[in-house]
Ligand binder design. Structure first.
Ligand code: TYD
Ligand code: MG
Length: 460
């Protein structure tokens, strides 16, 4: 038997070294090196698929081509019959792409993938699971209660065996649950280790690229929020989606982290129900539905997530500070930006916030970065401070500058039409925003303003 060859791998970034090192020179993390056995096997019949394709892959030497000579066909994307997933993928599943779906345990990754697989009715789907038994998957499928003719379940973790089954079945889409459970014969170390994850992903990547079959990979997320396994996993795949949300709340958000075939600003929203995940195609309605019109400390901001306008509820609570240093805490909104807005309110509008605790929350568990929310944040804070509610039919879409000026935001027309659709009557915007736009076209009263003071005096 050949002598075992071992190497040390950083479990964080995947860097390798011949000996153990305390601190990874490449990512700077401490104590991340773990010894892993790597041993290349002779090619056996089980590895034939890989061998035959690798021979084909290397013998074709590529030549440089003028850009103009390259023929380009509009790639035909596969419709997943799920509007939210299609959107985050950039318009559907690209043939031969490798998509990684990450998320915390229990968030609903397996449910989402099974549901998608069951919706692709006219195709042959192979759902490979290393996590659950056939019976468990069947139980879940029953729960989802959909038709599923072309869906095949394989409970297997050895990649060579998986490829054998793929060869026999010739599926149109492959789902793997999860990459951390896979195990390749070509590498000795245990499933989930850096070298295993890398090897299995490489094999699947080759398979996807050679055959044009899209592969959906489920990946776990570690406590610090990164996808378990090396960072290279994220580099290798074409698209990384993150499934997130509070396990105790029903809403789940599918976010694009990386996408070679579309924008990364997209977002899909689902609701976890007894019978699976329901697409939430009009998120503003659910985000606003629990609104009591008469409460203070609430303002509605017209924001954009990707290409989609979204009206969200910004909640603020301003109370006299009980301890020396006032607390500022923010959920779903950048806390540095909150500090800045509070300073602007203090300096430019003369509000005395220095002795108050300020808590800010974006309803529905969303995390938003759109500067257009600034005005809504200020309005919510002032509303809570003075205990005067913002009228329920007013929304805001404007950035606030350091000198208290109101700045323009992008794609105002989309925000305006969404607000109009949801029954808002008034909207505060920057006076620089309305130019070139027929504001009378929208069925709501638009207030173009130049300074934050004008917003506050208009509202309160
Ligand atoms: P699951 O897909 O197993 O999570 P993951 O693969 O990300 O670990 O989802 C598990 C949770 O979803 C579980 O707590 C039960 C819940 N669930 C529903 O609420 N409704 C359903 O129809 C299904 C199938 C699951
Ligand atoms: Mg699962």
């Amino acid at each position: 038997m050949a002598k075992l060859k071992t190497l040390y791998f950083c479990q964080k970034c995947g860097a390798q070294s011949a000996k153990w090192i305390g601190r990874c020179p490449s990512c700077g993390e401490w104590n991340t090196y773990v010894e892993e056995v790597i041993q290349k096997e002779e090619i056996t019949p089980a590895t034939a698929w890989k061998a035959s394709t690798s021979v084909g892959g290397t013998s074709k030497a590529a030549k440089p081509k003028a850009l103009g000579e390259i023929l380009y066909e509009e790639e035909s994307r596969l419709d997943t019959h799920d509007g939210e997933l299609n959107r985050v993928l950039g318009g559907g599943l690209v043939p031969g792409s490798l998509v990684l779906i990450g998320g915390e345990p229990g968030i609903g990754k397996s449910t989402l993938m099974l549901q998608i697989a069951m919706q692709l009715r006219d195709l042959r789907i192979l759902y490979v699971s290393g996590e659950e038994s056939e019976q468990q998957i069947k139980m879940r499928a029953e729960r989802l209660g959909r038709q599923h003719q072309g869906l095949y379940i394989l409970t297997e973790t050895n990649t060579q065996n998986i490829f054998k089954q793929i060869d026999a079945l010739q599926p149109n889409v492959v789902v793997v649950d999860s990459i951390q459970t896979l195990h390749s014969q070509l590498v000795e170390s245990g499933a989930g280790s850096v070298s295993q994850v890398r090897e299995c992903t490489t094999e699947l990547l080759k398979y996807a690229k050679d055959t044009g079959v899209p592969v959906l990979l489920i990946g776990h997320i570690t406590k610090d929020g990164s996808i378990a396994g090396p960072k290279i996993l994220e580099h290798m795949v074409d698209t990384v989606l993150q499934f997130e949300g509070d396990r105790h709340l029903t809403y789940r958000i599918l976010r694009t982290i990386k996408n070679r075939f579309g924008s990364t600003a997209e977002l899909g929203i689902y609701e976890m129900q007894g019978s699976g995940l329901r697409q939430v195609s009009n998120p503003s309605e659910i985000l606003l539905s629990q609104r009591a019109e008469t409460l203070s400390g609430i303002a509605i901001g017209a924001t954009l997530e990707g290409n989609r306008p979204l009206l969200v509820e910004v909640q603020a609570l301003v109370t006299p500070a009980t301890y020396g240093t006032p607390q500022r805490s923010s959920t779903g909104f950048d806390s540095k930006r909150l500090q800045m807005l509070l300073a602007v309110l203090e300096k430019r509008s003369g509000l005395r916030l220095g002795q108050h605790d300020v808590f800010l929350n974006i309803a529905g568990g969303l995390r938003l970065e759109d500067p257009a929310l600034d005005a809504a944040v200020c309005a919510a804070v002032v509303s809570s401070l003075n205990d005067i509610p913002v009228p329920g039919d007013v929304c805001l879409a404007a950035e606030v500058g350091l000198s208290g000026e109101i700045r323009a935001v992008s794609r105002l027309d989309q925000r305006l039409s969404e607000a109009e659709k949801l029954g808002f009557r008034e909207m505060y915007i920057s006076q620089f925003n309305g130019r070139g736009l027929d504001l009378g076209r929208f069925g709501l009263k638009v207030h173009p303003v130049a300074r934050l003071d004008e917003v506050l005096s208009g509202l309160f």
